[in-house]
Design a protein around this ligand. Structure first.
Ligand code: FES
Length: 70
């Protein structure tokens, strides 16, 4: 099976109460100015601030009270 061809321009999907999904090749700059290159066709960027794998979502948002979700 072939891997999907990366999109030349990233697309963004905001998940209600969860991460921001990025499709396509891109670089994410974290709050400290560190650059993180994506390695997957789809990457999930944490929006709740609670992930242990910043800047990536690790699913922690699912156990947060609704008021603390993005
Ligand atoms: S959005 Fe998923 S852990 Fe923060």
């Amino acid at each position: 099976m072939r891997e999907p061809t990366p999109s030349p321009t990233p697309t963004v999907v905001m998940c209600p109460g969860g991460p921001m999904l990025l499709r396509g090749k891109h670089v994410v700059e974290d709050a400290d100015g560190n650059l993180h290159e994506t390695r997957r066709p789809v990457s999930a960027v944490c929006r709740c601030g609670k992930s242990a794998l910043q800047p990536w979502c690790d699913g922690t948002h699912k156990v947060l009270p609704e008021r603390d979700r993005p």
